[in-house]
Design a binder for this molecule. Structure first.
Ligand code: ZN
Ligand code: CU
Length: 481
């Protein structure tokens, strides 16, 4: 007798193996049987005939840190079949938050207010648990946050030995309290003033804890190759696995450079562990900044504190209305955010199907007019790229959002449908799954996600959140490598 029995679905087990027709038996929060369970019964029998059954998707790159607390039903994620979100990315984490300066623009964008941060991960994770989010979460410690704690107001410089020691101590405590590693946002102020050696020193702390280094690199355009080399160097000198966040090549004259970056990674993989994550769109999104505005073919403003009414509009038409240049218009809109069209489909497909590439949305949940990746990433990869464009088999796509990610982030007992694993399950319709979120109307639920189970309880069914907050904080396990 099971609590839940999922019958006759095509089971993608998450390992990258082709699907097989099988039943799945769940008891409590665990999968306890996979196979022909025809003679068994359950409290809740789900007929999955004609449907696909996969491990719950793991969003490898998010900024859901505060969102887990602000809107714990996590509709943008559950509606895509996502059951776990990796937070604390791009150098920005809500803990340990002991700022000695004004918060940076990106930190403000992710956290909005100081209600959603905490002095250490112990209290931060307690806050998340108390909010009872519907999905599981794991957290990186942000280098930018550490810098703003340790370095006072003058951040436009390398950290001193003494300041690095303070950051190391904070990082070590964070790892002990369950953070999974260190993230950087070297493209952004104030992290861009940090030399490689500063990051290597900090990353060295990770080794004995089995921590991971994830990086939004210093440059994703003219110097993308050099930036990949810097990340590889940090990983090799600190002897830690690296994850290159939202890998992309920005700007028309850099299109195609992923051939070079992926080759560099393949070569380095002989001696170290390297993964990347990617979102399936040819436009990026972040705070309004001069470099990106100059590089993009088109810029859509997503939010602006002084001019909230321009949200969703093309910067060019805003500039015309103001009667100023695009750059001057941008300056008037600060602080604000934007979507930048500057990538190439060829690079996207090459990176997405490359060795050890995972799917991560990089969605910005507090944006008033967010990039559609927030609501559409996973169904878009499955429906558009795997089924319609056939850039990879469906079981390969599923692996890149489940088993592969669980392995790279050391999420024990997740990402695979096997007895003994946690019952995070997404049931989807292979024929209809597709994203509906667009650049014009970004807050749209996708089609084809039939039912989502988190830790053995149904969290999404009939196009609605029904969970009572079954998500857990996934802590780096002590002594785990
Ligand atoms: Zn980033
Ligand atoms: Cu990010």
């Amino acid at each position: 007798m099971f609590d839940i029995l999922i019958k006759k679905g095509m089971v993608f087990d998450g390992t990258g193996a082709p699907p097989v027709k099988a039943d799945i038996g769940i008891k409590g929060d665990l999968i306890i049987a996979v196979g022909d369970l025809d003679d068994s019964n359950a409290v809740d029998v789900i007929n999955a005939s004609g449907l696909s059954v996969a491990p719950g998707f793991i969003d490898a790159h998010t900024h859901d840190d505060a969102s887990l607390i602000i809107r714990p039903d996590m509709e943008a994620k559950l509606s895509q079949g996502v059951t776990t979100v990796i937070c604390g990315n791009c150098g920005i984490s809500g803990a340990p938050y002991n700022l000695t300066c004004e918060p940076s623009g990106l930190l403000r964008l992710v956290f909005k207010s100081e209600d959603f941060v905490a002095k250490d991960f112990k209290s931060y994770m307690a806050k998340v648990e108390e909010a009872k989010p519907s999905v599981n979460s794991a957290f990186f410690t942000g280098h930018t946050t550490l810098r703003m704690n340790a370095m006072g107001k003058n951040l436009n410089r390398a950290a001193t030995k003494k300041e690095i020691d303070v950051m190391k101590e904070e990082l070590e405590l964070a790892l002990c309290q369950g953070s999974i590693g260190l993230s950087t946002g070297l493209f952004y102020e104030p992290a861009n003033a940090a030399p490689t050696a500063e990051i290597v020193e900090l990353a060295k702390v990770l080794e004995s804890y089995g921590g991971i280094y994830a990086t939004h690199m210093r440059d994703e355009a003219d110097f993308v190759v050099e930036s990949v080399e810097e990340a590889i160097k940090i990983g090799s000198e600190a002897k830690v696995p690296i994850i290159i966040s939202h890998h992309k090549c920005q700007g028309q004259h850099n299109h195609g450079k992923s051939i070079v970056t992926l080759e560099a990674m393949a070569k380095a993989r002989k001696t170290q562990s390297i993964a990347v994550d990617i979102y399936p769109y040819a436009a990026s999104s972040t705070v309004l900044n001069e470099v990106s505005v100059l590089r993009a073919e088109k810029t859509i403003v997503t939010w602006s504190d002084p001019y909230p009414e321009v949200s969703g509009r093309d910067l060019k038409s805003i500039a015309a209305e103001f009667g100023v240049s695009k750059l001057d218009a941008m300056k008037k809109l600060l602080p604000g955010g934007a979507i930048y069209f500057m990538m190439d489909e060829g690079d996207i497909e090459r990176i997405m199907t490359s060795n050890n590439a995972m799917i991560g949305s990089d969605g910005l949940p507090e944006d008033s007019h967010p990039h559609p990746r927030l609501w559409g990433t996973f169904p878009r990869v499955l429906g558009h790229y795997a089924r319609d464009r056939q850039v990879m088999p469906m079981h390969d796509a599923v692996n890149r959002m489940t088993g592969l990610s669980a392995k790279n982030f050391h999420l024990a007992g997740r990402g695979v449908l096997k007895p003994g694993f946690f019952a995070d399950v997404t049931i989807f319709n292979h024929d209809t799954i597709i994203d509906l979120a667009t650049f014009e109307r970004p807050k749209q639920k996708s089609l084809g996600i039939e039912q989502v189970i988190v830790n053995g309880k149904t969290a999404w069914i009939g196009g609605k959140c029904v969970g009572a907050g079954q998500g857990r904080v996934l802590k780096r396990r002590v002594g785990e490598k």
